[in-house]
Write a protein of this length. Structure first.
Length: 114
């Protein structure tokens, strides 16, 4: 049997780009980029989120308050809120696809030993 797994992966990549969930994220992101205020707020939120993810220690109370205030501001912006909702839907879809892709490995390690 001659299966080229990379062809399958490339097909999956192309099909993902055609899904409504992906197109909704793309459209919402384009909407944000058209509005300089929304875009600036979104970029600030992304930078703060990334810096939190790379922190090796617990953030200070001031940092937590800063992030909470920024998050509240972000959620008041309809364009960014729409993007985040769409990202969540796409993320759920990607999780389901990942579960399907990794199922052979899960089965392998969960198989009873004889």
């Amino acid at each position: 049997m001659n299966i080229n797994i990379y062809d399958t992966a490339n097909t999956l990549e192309r099909e993902l780009r055609q899904l409504p969930a992906y197109l909704n994220v793309k459209s919402a992101l384009e909407e944000i980029k058209k509005d300089s205020e929304s875009n600036q707020l979104f970029e600030e939120f992304r930078q703060v989120s990334q810096s939190l993810q790379t922190m090796t220690e617990q953030p200070s109370e001031d940092k937590i308050t800063e992030v909470q205030n920024l998050y509240a501001k972000v959620m008041e912006n309809p364009s960014i809120k729409k993007l985040m909702e769409n990202e969540q839907q796409l993320g759920l879809l990607m999780e389901e696809i990942n579960q399907i892709i990794t199922k052979p490995l899960q089965d392998l390690y969960q198989a009873p030993t004889e």
